[in-house]
Design a protein around this ligand. Structure first.
Ligand code: CAA
Length: 260
């Protein structure tokens, strides 16, 4: 992939994706979205990838939002197409079968916070500032923020953040349940890699089934959601890894999983 603004590296089982456009605080324009889409395709095609970490290049930002300069003169038709593209790419990120971790190393505003919200887990540095400031530009979040933030925090908290547009720091975001942990800037990637490695050491089919039933079940009545879990639990007993995992426990040794 010949990407200018999105870097993809594999570190063993971990895919590391960096939005790297520091001059614009990693703002998302159509090119960045296309490159992110291509990176997601490459991760999907790598059978050895077990977790993905997404972060921002440079010292200041995770992603400071959609590119305001590019959007400023959009017509309604262009704005709809831009939102469609954003939803499509973030939807593909969310639908990856492996767990995804947002390492929020600075500003995560607007489309940047929406990108983090499309990840499974969010960890933040002490320098992070998170928010949905779109109403100060007289628009609303366009890449899923009104919906994903509301599902995560509840309506009142999401409304406060969206109506005021005020950013919050990592400590407040942790208090609200938006981020899981806040760590020193130097420790952020170490911590995210530690979590990713731990996930990568577990039964891969089981991890991806856990993600699938959590996500699919979230929009269903409990009875139907529990049925998804029941089915997946049963199906996992048809995998080699289930045999290996339980045999290794009985034999008091480390399991060697094959993703099969
Ligand atoms: N789009 C385009 N360029 C951006 C940008 C964005 N979202 N955010 C920052 N930049 C650019 C700035 O224009 C500036 O470029 P120049 O050096 O060429 O002037 C460069 O990045 C550095 O930014 P600042 O000089 O503003 O840095 P700062 O430290 O003074 O402020 C900031 C940092 C508070 C994050 C400020 O840049 C800011 O408020 N950015 C905009 C945040 C925002 O409103 N995001 C939401 C966008 S709308 C959206 O995302 C819609 C959606 O839901 C899809």
């Amino acid at each position: 992939m010949n990407a200018e603004f999105v870097k993809l590296e594999f570190d063993g089982p971990i895919a590391l994706v960096t939005i790297d456009r520091p001059k614009a605080l990693n703002a998302l324009n159509l090119q960045v979205l296309a490159e992110l889409d291509a990176a997601i395709s490459q991760v999907t095609a790598n059978p050895d990838a077990r977790a993905l970490i997404l972060t921002g290049g440079g010292e200041k930002a995770f992603v400071a939002g959609a590119d305001i300069g590019e959007m400023a003169n959009y017509t309604t038709t262009q704005a709809l197409a831009f939102a469609t593209r954003g939803h499509q790419v973030l939807g593909r990120l969310e639908a990856l079968p492996i767990p995804t971790i947002a390492a929020v190393n600075g500003f995560a505003l607007g489309g940047g916070l929406e990108l983090a919200l499309a990840c499974d887990l969010i960890y933040a540095s002490e320098k992070a500032k998170l928010g949905l400031p779109e109403v100060s530009l007289a628009v609303i979040p366009g890449f899923g923020g009104t919906q994903r933030l509301t599902r995560l925090l509840g309506r009142a908290r999401a409304k406060e953040l969206i109506f005021t547009g005020d950013p919050i720091d990592g400590a407040k975001a942790k208090e609200l349940g938006l981020v899981l942990e806040v760590v020193a800037p130097d420790a952020l990637m170490v911590r995210c890699k530690e979590v990713a490695q731990k996930i990568a050491s577990r039964g891969p089919v089981a991890v991806s089934q856990a993600k699938r039933v959590i996500e699919a079940g979230a929009d269903l009545p409990l009875k139907d959601a529990n049925e998804l879990e029941r089915q997946a639990f049963g199906l996992l007993f048809g995998t080699e890894d289930q045999r290996e995992g339980m045999r290794a426990f009985v034999e008091k040794r480390k399991a060697a999983f094959k993703n099969a």
